[in-house]
Write a protein that binds this ligand. Structure first.
Ligand SMILES: [Zn+2]
Length: 468
């Protein structure tokens, strides 16, 4: 006995078609017209869309940062993701200072294993590339970790110099791994922070002033040039502005193996949000910072013309009012000093519904491109395709039953993320999740959670991923 999805419309990256979908065990086994009911459990998807589960390739659950920890763990964060239609995510393991890459990997496996509600993979963020750590890199492929992240920013914390970045690229190229960069010139940012604080400019808004778009553009161009020399596939995370996107477009026009993502927040928020009174601007502090309406148009265009391949979240929530009511510390840590505001935003649950409403309903792109940005491209780039990222015979039955008529007012009162505010508070949207299945098991039924901890599996990802 399997589960038979009847009367729905399958939406994949390539096409949309009315079909029944039969799932047996964890896999899709048959797609066709009028599949007999047999003794299968029937899911009536009349008027609904069947889409592959969302894949969010940029998250930070339970991340130690700036003297506190991000407030969603692998339980709450997974649950929130699933309510938003995301069934797989890839989180960043951070190499501990003085430790090995495998020390970090072990730590993250411990955080995730018993709690996981959806499937997950890991990238490895390298912070200290000593010679013995360089030797360790190739062994990660056997562990299913095929992407490395390097920070060109966060001086004296995560930042690496160009020599380190280039060496990592050379090693990655040799072993079929992908390099990801946080592209901002951290040296310049560090000086600007000191200058602004010395001038008494301490409000959340000055966080953005300390990280101008030019320093993102410069670092992006540098990383692309180095990747070209190393012959290494490069994926630039959280791109926010014209200067950076222009560098990516030029690199791609030259035929370099370079790709990029933006995150939901950069398409909707602006620096004016950072100026909100009563310290509320801190709710919107992340790095790189949110930009201008002009940059938003550049990003929408880049999603349409395929300069950008993915929309992720950089989900890294912190309480607005932390340190009270049993909560760990949060955004309040930066009162009187913008440089101490924990960087990060809550987005994991809202990614798909917000992008559907404004992207598809708003006619920036069609439903197939939506699936491509949310699921198929992430799966291809990060070595999960065709197991994930498509509804096809033999693929994992990660299926979202999407209701294009569902109406919702987004709010922190109803969201599932473990945080006391929502970036999209009060927005009225159309289209959202009806049911969610993870490898054939239903985990979301309307407002009900039907999954269980430990159900999510660690995904070993393939090397030599697609360059799109
Ligand atoms: Zn991040």
């Amino acid at each position: 006995m399997g589960t038979l999805f009847k009367n729905g419309t399958v939406i994949n990256a390539g096409d949309s078609f009315p079909a029944d979908v039969l799932v047996e065990g964890e896999k899709v086994v048959l797609i066709g017209q009028k599949i007999p009911n047999g003794n299968h459990k029937i899911v009536d998807a009349k008027g609904k869309y069947l889409m592959p589960g969302g894949i969010d390739v940029h998250t930070h659950l339970e991340l130690p940062f700036g003297g506190t920890i991000s407030s969603d763990d692998f339980n709450t964060g997974h649950c929130a993701a699933a309510f938003g239609g995301t069934t797989t995510h890839i989180d960043f393991v951070i190499q501990p200072k003085g430790g090995s890459l495998h020390d970090g990997l072990e730590e993250w496996h411990k955080k995730a294993g018993h709690k996981a509600m959806i499937d997950y993979g890991f990238h490895l963020a390298i912070t200290d590339l000593r010679p013995e750590v360089m030797k360790e890199i190739p062994s990660l492929v056997a562990d299913g970790v095929t992407s490395l992240k390097l920070f060109m920013a966060y001086k004296n914390v995560f930042q690496v110099d160009d020599a380190t970045l280039f060496r990592a690229m050379m090693t990655a190229a040799e072993h079929g791994m992908l390099i990801m960069v946080h592209a901002e010139n951290g040296d310049v940012v560090a000086d600007l922070i000191d200058k602004l604080l010395a001038e008494g400019k301490t409000d959340p808004y000055y966080h953005a002033v300390s990280r101008p778009s030019a320093v993102e553009g410069e670092a992006t161009g540098r990383a692309i040039a180095l990747a070209g020399v190393a012959g290494c596939p490069l994926y630039v995370v959280h791109m926010t502005c014209d200067e950076a996107v222009t560098q990516l477009r030029l690199g791609r026009q030259r035929g370099l193996p370079v790709m990029g993502e933006t995150c939901v927040q950069y398409l909707f928020l602006t620096v004016d949000d950072l100026k909100k009174p009563n310290y509320e601007g801190a709710k919107f502090v992340c790095s790189p910072p949110i930009r201008t309406e002009y940059d938003q148009q550049i990003l929408w265009n880049a999603l349409r013309d395929r300069t950008l391949q993915v929309v992720s979240t950089d989900h890294c929530p912190f309480w607005f009012e932390g340190g009270v009511k049993g909560r760990i510390a949060g955004k309040e840590l930066g009162k009187g000093n913008f440089a101490k505001i924990p960087n990060g935003l809550p987005v994991i649950e809202d990614r798909m519904k917000i992008m559907w409403h404004y992207g598809v309903n708003g006619e920036h792109f069609d439903a197939n491109r939506f699936v491509e940005l949310m699921s198929t491209n992430p799966a291809k780039i990060f070595g999960l395709y065709p197991r994930k990222g498509t509804i096809a015979v033999g693929s994992d039955a990660d299926i979202v039953v999407w209701d294009p008529k569902k109406r919702e007012t987004v709010s922190a009162r109803t969201h599932h993320m473990n945080v006391d505010y929502n970036l999209f508070e009060g927005r009225k949207i159309k289209g959202g999740v009806d049911k969610v299945f993870l490898r054939g098991s239903q985990i979301v039924d309307g407002d009900q959670w039907t999954g269980h901890p430990g159900q999510g599996q660690f995904l070993k990802r393939n090397a030599y991923a697609a360059v799109l």
